[in-house]
Design a protein around this ligand. Sequence first.
Ligand code: ATP
Ligand code: MG
Length: 335
Amino acid sequence: MLDDPQHPYTQHLLKAVPHFDDGRAVRSDFSRLTTQAAKPALIVEDLTVRFPVTSGFFNRRSGAVHAVDGIDFDLMPGETLGIVGESGSGKSTTARAIMGLTKPTRGAFHLGEDGSASAHGDPVQMVFQNPYASLNPRLRVDSILAEPVIATGGRLDAATRTRMAELLERVGLPQDALVRYPHEFSGGQRQRLCIARALMLKPSVVVLDEAVSALDVSVQAMVLELLTELQRDMNLSYLFVTHDMAVVERIAHRIAVVYAGQIVEIGDAASVLSAPRHAYTKRLIAAVPSIERRRQDYRLDTTEVPSLVRPPGYEPPKPEWQSFGADHMARAEQV
Ligand SMILES: Nc1ncnc2c1ncn2[C@@H]1O[C@H](COP(=O)(O)OP(=O)(O)OP(=O)(O)O)[C@@H](O)[C@H]1O
Ligand SMILES: [Mg+2]
């Protein structure tokens, strides 16, 4: 069936599977090099998040989980930075710290000029992985969309209602959706609702944590397309967290590879994917499953992520970086 699909629907499904075979970044509608003069929409410096580990009868502090350790990057207006890495590498913790949902141990964020929130706006908004858990089942869609406005001290006035109607249309949902409840929508539609909710406050930066990972491939492709269009129309910057290399290849302009809480390689998506320099990035790319490669032996690398628990007071050595071209850097040491 996979070799020679007959029914158009089967063909459609197979075509929608994100392919990762050439390491080619699909999006070339943004060039960081030509916009170097512009100010970044978001600057993250030395972001560090540690969770205390306690042990024994007296709950003595015996160390800390170094979930995120000294992450630096900047994000330009209209740019998508993909954050990739395996489970437990610290991607969600990074996203949550930027949103203020987890308190960072150390580090600073700066928002660009137009990121200074206008009245009842919020410059950074988030879309989560699970569209079933991130919408309150007891609230009607109009209340869900109004929630961020009211939470930031705004009112449910005519302007807010107009924005709700506009955004619903923009994300491809019918107007009568406003008076319905989340359970009446499919997963893909719910994720569209979550996107509309995130845009209510006119953010300049949207943090998406595995935002399409729970969707089936054809819906996933449509939501990625929608995100791309919205980005173009509103000059949004995306911080796109995912473990899926094929998805990141489709949506990202730049990629940061995170390993054990640290960035090991960062740069232009095409260059990172087609000429990975760090051993960990090479391993991630080699492990991508695909229909074409289903008969090949993946020689799965089962190297475990090292323990992130460190003794109290431990500071990791300062990383050394090597540059490979205008916008591509990898850490000098090899995993
Ligand atoms: N509240 C917490 N307390 C203690 N440890 C935590 C806490 N939150 C996260 N961690 C640890 O931090 C590390 C990074 O977790 P994180 O959720 O950021 O990974 P991730 O890259 O998002 O993984 P996944 O791809 O599975 O979502 C993990 O080792 C995790 O166990
Ligand atoms: Mg996560």
